[in-house]
Design a protein. Structure first.
Lengths: 121, 278
């Protein structure tokens, strides 16, 4: 079973994402911000990270840059999932190493489609 | 819904579009036609049927048919057919087609996502195809959806269902909530209204036909008729894509399935599957 780390400061979003991902047969871990997510990755690297952009302590972009600079680890797939829905943010995310990008609001169909595109399903 | 109203609508839709409606699809009639009835100032589906019966309005009959035959579409729907197109069909075309002319028909183009997905695949390796005469023809019985297809404007929700983000960046521009497909992709597809029950003689011959999730709505005879006519409009080295839940088996001998490649069919006579590496 693949593991997905859901990184979002909203408890509601984490709950909704967890329900969808569990239905899609993923094991789900949660983190409330970028720093929390880095701590999780240091303990156990997930297969995929579903990543919000705007969060306190450390935002999603900063987390992604730090994650991609980690050496000697198997890099996970990173799918942004954010309300930042303009082309400039998408470009910045992809250049920083995101594999896919979901513009909120999202539903099961969108997560399924995006995860399929990056070979997770 | 009254039984005689159901029979009236089912008969009209079968004659006009081939659409087969069984009684378990009453909900579909209600969900799709009630808003249309309201748009016409009618209070119920029964009133709409009455108006169709009394006025015999062609325009209203067309509206009803279009409302019932519109199918949802999204970019790179089901992935597999597009992978097969990219990894097997195009290499075969490149090797065997000496005329450098490639004609593709999307027989139920709806709002354009399928033909545009094919256009984007071709554009991704444009260095191979730039000297080719490529024509992608998108047809649909519903003129309203073709208008949307021609515009190439999609919502945030539509561009997220199946479209890889790299392609969104490359081929779309954003205008507020609307994502607009670039002219270089739009210009690769020509649209025309077309009823699959009509004569195919004006369409010409194709190398690839996509006709996915359409046959499921037809009865056996219409399925067989449509498939046999498609065969006549497909080159001997052509391929046909059907939906994952559709088949030619037991319907026609004109096509055979490619073993292990769900949804991919080739003319029965010939060895197209071998040319594709299967």
């Amino acid at each position: 079973m693949k593991t997905c780390l859901v990184v979002d400061d909203s408890k509601v979003i984490r709950k909704v994402a967890r329900r969808i991902l569990e239905e899609l047969s993923f094991n789900v871990e949660e983190a409330v911000d970028g720093q929390d997510a880095l701590d999780v990755c240091n303990r156990m690297m997930p297969d995929v990270v579903l990543l919000d952009w705007n969060m306190p302590v450390m935002n999603g972009l900063e987390f992604l840059k730090k994650l991609r600079s980690m050496q000697g680890v198997e890099q996970p797939i990173v799918v942004f999932c954010t309300t930042e829905n303009d082309m400039s943010h998408i470009r910045v995310a992809i250049e920083a190493g995101a594999n896919e990008y979901i513009m909120k609001p999202f539903d099961r169909e969108i997560i399924e489609a995006k995860f399929s595109q990056v070979g997770l399903m | 819904m009254r039984s005689e109203d159901f029979e009236f609508l089912a008969d009209m839709l079968k004659r006009r579009s081939g659409l087969m409606l069984t009684k378990d699809k009453v909900y579909l009639l209600e969900s799709r036609l009630t808003p249309l009835a309201r748009n016409h100032g009618l209070e119920s589906l029964e009133a709409l049927v009455q108006k169709l019966r009394v006025s015999r309005s062609e325009a209203l009959a067309v509206e009803v048919t279009e409302a019932m035959t519109t199918n949802e579409s999204f970019f790179f729907r089901d992935n597999t057919p597009f992978d097969l197109f990219k990894k097997h069909v195009l290499p075969m075309v490149e090797k065997t087609n000496t005329t450098k002319r490639l004609r593709i028909w999307c027989a139920a183009a709806s709002t354009g996502q399928e033909p545009y997905s094919l256009a984007m695949i071709l554009k991704e390796n444009w260095f191979k195809w730039k000297d080719w005469n490529i024509e992608i023809v998108g047809t649909d019985i519903c003129t309203q959806v073709l208008e949307k297809a021609k515009k190439g404007h999609y919502s945030q929700f539509e561009v997220q269902r199946g479209l890889p983000i790299q392609m969104l960046i490359k081929y779309f521009t954003q205008d507020g909530d609307v994502w607009k497909l670039n002219d270089e992709i739009k210009s690769m597809v020509k649209y025309r209204p077309f009823n699959l029950l009509d004569s195919y003689s004006t369409l010409g011959s194709f190398d690839v036909i996509f006709c996915r999730n359409v046959l499921i709505y037809f009865d056996q005879k219409t399925k067989s008729d449509v498939l046999e006519r498609m065969r006549r409009n497909l080159s001997d080295q052509g391929v046909l894509f059907l939906g994952a839940a559709e088949t030619v088996l037991g319907i026609t001998d004109a096509f055979k399935p490619v073993r292990g490649q769900r949804g991919l069919y080739v003319p029965s006579a010939g060895n197209v599957e071998q040319l594709m590496g299967f």
